[in-house]
Design a protein around this ligand. Structure first.
Ligand code: HEC
Ligand code: HEC
Length: 309
């Protein structure tokens, strides 16, 4: 019989025939597959030569590829390629990237940083880390502060002033607000009660009119509260004497008092005991000048409390 008749189509055979009609097809691998296969062989050999690959005794073949990086002391090192060196190189790149931006922060005036979205982006991310490490323990992570402990940095109310210069001065040298016991005058309980009523009336609370009048006279007279808090009660940023008219209370827990009587008690307690616990540490010895400048921008422009006042 002729082979042609038993062939289903034009498939090649190897030419061998067994048992009369048993044949072997010859299906060569497609070229694209073969070349792909050769390529993987070539690639693996190249890879073994370039990179650490085979265990040898207690070590391994290191390969010919090298990697050069500067360690954190700035010393340049070249070694065979390995993931640890790769990490060191990434860290070096990150350090150089940060330094570039810190140098720009140091060189730029504050108002220019605030107008530059790229710089503000950097301030927001690097400032967040610095703030979390150094400031959040007292001012809380979002800068919202905590009554009786540390002021909010996100409102536009400033004990010492919210300009760049004042904020920088605060962070560099620290602050320590002191109010003498009973304002320094020898006040009795009735007088303190009258003063507390007057102080609360400054914040718009409706208080006993007679007590407010008596407190007003004391405030501007014998008790001399005005000498620090100003005749209008709006405070004095040079010595950190609080603004008593802004409804913002750092030490007297007026918002948490619950009742009108308790509000008076809260203010009385502060006047009677004085204040000496508001200590903002100085950072000049702990942070570098460019870090303080970055934090100043962070407080002013990112936390959003920054004011022109
Ligand atoms: C140990 C707690 C503490 C830490 C830490 C701290 N602060 Fe303060 N900070 C205070 C207190 C308390 C005051 C208020 C001082 C006063 O009333 O006399 C203050 C005041 C301030 C003010 C002035 C606010 C105003 O209204 O004028 C700024 C700005 C400030 N801190 C920023 C920072 C920054 C930035 C850091 C981190 C580098 C920081 N603080 C770390 C406790 C702290
Ligand atoms: C020598 C200056 C000085 C005198 C005098 C003085 N104060 Fe003060 N007072 C301060 C300072 C400074 C603070 C803020 C302290 C701080 O932030 O750590 C303050 C804070 C206060 C507060 C707390 C405000 C808050 O946000 O909780 C009240 C209330 C107050 N003073 C009322 C008075 C009254 C009333 C008198 C008069 C009897 C008086 N002060 C006299 C310096 C003074």
């Amino acid at each position: 019989m002729s082979q042609g008749n038993t062939q289903p189509s034009k498939v090649q055979t190897t030419g061998h025939v067994w048992d009369g009609d048993l044949q072997e097809y010859n299906n060569p691998l497609p070229n694209w597959w073969l070349w792909g296969f050769y390529l993987t062989i070539f690639f693996s050999v190249a890879y073994w030569l370039a990179y650490p690959a085979w265990p040898v005794g207690k070590g391994f073949t290191t390969g010919m590829a090298t990697i050069t990086y500067k360690n954190d002391k700035g010393v340049e090192k070249t070694t065979h390629w390995n993931t640890r060196a790769l990490l060191m190189k990434d860290l070096q790149d990150a350090r150089e990237f940060q330094k570039k931006y810190f140098d720009r922060v140091a060189a730029m005036p504050y108002d220019q940083i605030a107008k530059d979205p790229e710089m503000l982006n950097f301030v927001a991310s690097a400032g967040k880390v610095l703030f979390a490490d150094n400031c959040a323990a007292c001012h809380m992570s979002g800068g919202q502060g905590k009554r009786g402990f540390a002021p909010s940095l996100v409102d536009d109310d400033w004990i010492y002033g919210g300009t760049y210069d004042k904020i920088q001065e605060t962070i560099t040298n620290g602050r320590h607000g002191i109010m003498p016991v009973k304002g320094g005058a020898n006040l009795n309980d009735v007088e303190i009660d009258n003063l507390a009523n007057y102080v609360l009336s400054l914040s718009g609370e409706s208080m006993d009119a007679a007590k407010v009048k008596a407190g007003d006279e004391l405030f501007h007279g014998k008790a001399a509260c005005f000498s620090c808090h100003g005749a209008d009660g709006k405070g004095n940023k040079d010595i950190g004497a609080a603004n008593l008219t802004d409804k913002i209370w750092l030490w007297a827990d007026v918002p948490g008092a619950g009742s009108a009587d308790k509000q008076v008690e809260a203010v009385k307690a502060v006047i009677a005991a004085g204040l000496n616990k508001g200590v903002m540490p100085a950072w000049s010895g702990r942070l570098k000048a460019d870090q303080i400048k970055l934090l100043t921008t962070y407080v002013h422009d990112v936390l959003g409390g920054g004011s022109k006042k």
